[in-house]
Design a protein around this ligand. Structure first.
Ligand code: TXD
Length: 319
């Protein structure tokens, strides 16, 4: 039986998600958007490429939640993206309203779905989505860490002229300027990055510049695009999570998950290493953090909490 994947938001990321899912034949796709024409037009356009690329999935577009009923996976990008000069946090007010509407829509029609949220400001929006929808905490997860880790690995691979697949690293914490690149666990061809610093292959300063560029990775693209923000790498990252769920791959992936005690954080969503399989977020993988990583992670959790406090002021229902 073909899986049903609903994409709430058929904009830049939503359309790219639909195309990648179709090419990988992960399941039938329902593109949902308040701009129904965008959803219908993109669904039809991708469907018309199936003879060229040889995939066989159904693609439909709608603005009616009834058409999304009993989805196996829901990926949410509904919301507005940043404009140049805006921070991710500036989107809180408008995207909180949108996610409340989406939460009520999916709660009724797909209460058993695995829900991947991409809308910014990510950690707080995914936390609000879980509270508004009441869906199980292990079935609601945010996409950010895979994207941030991918940016970091890419920059490092260019700097060291090494294939990205030979670099292991990940970024934890909030999806913002306080995100934490886990340098202590970063390995290049199986060697700790600090070894490469000792060997003079890369300086500590250069490494810090790469970490900083990763934190600002989204803003760099917003500056170039002027209208809209990154969408290819975010979509690829969201599909990685959906595939691990649908195929029960049990991949360890950095995602914004519900933390309740792990890493010393409580009752909050933020980026941590998780195992994603057919039961959703199956486990949080608690790693040993260096002293500096612990300080930075706690600082990142604090900034997510502060933004969530701001969200509760906007909508007391989130208390
Ligand atoms: O790493 C990450 N998590 C971030 C997330 C990476 C990049 C972009 N990030 C955020 O994703 C970005 O800041 C936005 O909040 C979302 C979506 O970005 P996208 O670039 O796809 O935005 P678009 O192209 O504006 O698409 C948003 C669509 C658009 O077609 C609207 O009509 C639709 O959302 N929309 C809605 N759909 C359903 N329901 C409602 N209420 C709604 N409101 C708007």
């Amino acid at each position: 039986m073909k899986k049903k994947i609903t994409l709430i938001g058929a904009g830049q990321i939503g359309g790219t998600l639909a195309h990648l899912i179709a090419l990988k034949e992960l399941g039938d796709v329902v593109l949902f958007d308040v701009a129904a024409g965008i959803a219908k037009g993109k669904a039809l356009d991708i469907a018309q490429s199936s003879p060229v690329n040889g995939f066989n999935v159904k693609l439909t577009g709608t603005d009616n939640y009834d058409d999304t009923k009993n989805s196996d996976v829901i990926i949410i990008t509904a919301g507005v993206p940043r404009k140049p000069g805006m921070t991710r946090d500036d989107l809180l007010g408008i995207n909180l309203k949108i996610i409340k509407e989406v939460a009520h829509g999916i709660k009724k029609t797909s209460p058993k779905a695995f829900v991947i949220c991409i809308t910014n400001p990510l950690d707080v929006i995914v936390m609000a989505l879980q509270k508004y929808s009441g869906l199980p905490k292990n079935m609601i997860v945010g996409m950010a860490g895979i994207l941030d880790s991918s940016r970091f690995i890419y920059f490092l691979s260019q700097e060291l002229n090494i294939h990205p697949k030979n670099i292991n690293s990940f970024v934890l914490g909030g999806h913002g300027d306080t995100m934490v690149a886990m340098l202590g666990s970063t390995e290049v061809n199986g060697k700790k990055i600090n070894e490469l610093v000792k060997e003079g292959k890369i300086t500590k300063e250069r490494l810090n510049e790469i970490v900083d560029r990763t934190k600002k990775g989204g803003a760099e693209i917003v500056k170039y695009l002027e209208k809209g923000s990154a969408f290819y790498a975010p979509a690829a990252s969201g599909v990685e999570m959906a595939e691990s769920y649908l195929k029960n791959l049990k991949k360890q992936l950095p995602c914004a998950a519900y933390i309740n005690g792990e890493f010393g954080a409580k009752d909050i969503y933020a980026g941590v290493p998780v195992i994603i399989g057919s039961s959703g977020v199956e486990k949080i993988v608690e790693l040993n953090l260096s002293k500096e990583e612990k300080i930075n992670f706690n600082n990142s959790i604090k900034s997510v909490q502060e933004l969530f406090d701001a969200a509760k002021k906007i909508d007391p229902e989130l208390k």
